[in-house]
Design a protein around this ligand. Sequence first.
Ligand SMILES: Cc1cc2nc3c(=O)[nH]c(=O)nc-3n(C[C@H](O)[C@H](O)[C@H](O)COP(=O)(O)OP(=O)(O)OC[C@H]3O[C@@H](n4cnc5c(N)ncnc54)[C@H](O)[C@@H]3O)c2cc1C
Length: 461
Amino acid sequence: MSRVVIVGGGLAGIAAAMRLARNGLKPILIESRKKLGGRATSFIDPRTNEVLDNCQHVVMGCCTNLLALYSELGVLDRIQWHGATYWANPPHAHDRLQAGWFPAPTHFTESFLKLRMLSVGDKVSIARAMWRLIRMGRAGRLAWRGRTFLEFLIETRQTQRACELFWEPIVVSSCNLPCSRVDAPCAMQVMQEGFLSHRFASAMGLSTVPLLSLYDAAQSKIEAAGGSVRLGVSAQSLAFDGRRVTGVVTDEGLVEGASFVIAVPCDRLDRLCSESMKKADRRLQHLAEIRHSPILGVHLVYASPVLNTPHLVLPGRPTQWLFNKGTDSNGRQMIHAVISAADDWMEFSESEIARRVHEDVQWACPKAVGLPPHSVRSVKERRATFAAIPGCHDLRPSARADALGGIDNLVLAGDWCDTGWPATMEGAVRSGFTAAAVCIGHGGQEPDLPIAPLARWMGLR
Ligand SMILES: Cc1cc2nc3c(=O)[nH]c(=O)nc-3n(C[C@H](O)[C@H](O)[C@H](O)COP(=O)(O)OP(=O)(O)OC[C@H]3O[C@@H](n4cnc5c(N)ncnc54)[C@H](O)[C@@H]3O)c2cc1C
């Protein structure tokens, strides 16, 4: 297959382009912004001229495709791994959850039993739910399609504190929806694949450099293979001859090709397609029905260090996570706060956001009491991810046109496609690798982490 045109230079588009280039094709990657990375990138704050990440992005050990892409980009060494997660439990010291001596899926047992924020009753209820998640395996979780994770928590008789302090922080930050709204299999997949399958699966990786610089090598690698990256070029529509896509109409003219990987968010794709394309391909008929969920990221600078761990979960608080972004030469500490499923925060002013987040920082970090942040920069992403609500699975299209018809040279990619993953960097890269495989005719996603023998024996996979 000859010329492949990719629209969208987020992780899905980058992954597709890198795979095509590696296989001897010469992809043309079109991106409307002047930089790569899409939602997982950085920007220059006009107030301070500092490079800030759009929001803290966390990679987990189970993200095998994203890690393969980082490896191809030569940036794996810029990811710092954290085996432990810290949970605030004032006025006591932070709790710590980390893999111990036991094999997966029991590797958290020792530190879980030591958590002081939960009572024995809370822990027994959580263990009961974990056992159900292990025993049901993949097939069992798919049977929960169309129901919320809260229904599962009720069915497994979770205590209120277990829901509030344990399940809610994990689910809201991985699925960007609360337990009461998220499609159960989405949250179950996070627990099964991210926490139970392998002791490295839940390790948390944080970039030590601005996200944007993780993609530095992409352009040169694509160009070295004979492809090109056109930044600052916006697709306006797709040219369609009634059977196939023939080109991408951009603000700089028509870009023709044999195949087209469209790796833009679903609402953008909806605008690029004509009615005749939608009639011809049922993957395009429900794009406008996909709902979104917001995330709020808040960059705070404190005059002196207030957070003494690399990150901190704030169970039961509106601010869910704090990330320690280091201390500058003046002794000032940068902290990034994250609020997922942030619908209630979208209308707040920056000063109101600062007040609320600082309240939570003071709750978790005694050193912040009476020390208001020196500066605050909030970044609201209203359409941060698709909303993984019950029914969303039916709206997520596959990469290729199915046997029932469709436009066969139109390949779809993006975290919102049918990857089986929540809207994450890993989901985006999986979709990009799949899209490339459709164009090349072979290849595809990287294998998952091998399942631990005990977890397999117990029925997890
Ligand atoms: C605030 C926030 C926090 C997040 N935190 C995490 C996290 O901790 N861990 C995690 O795994 N994931 C996280 N995510 C999700 C992750 O960022 C996304 O799932 C992933 O980056 C999506 O990649 P994508 O390529 O599918 O889409 P995008 O990144 O949206 O890329 C699409 C690209 O298409 C371009 N484009 C759009 N229209 C056109 C056009 N007409 N012509 C040309 N180009 C166009 C856009 O500019 C963009 O670059 C977070 C997301 C947000 C918003």
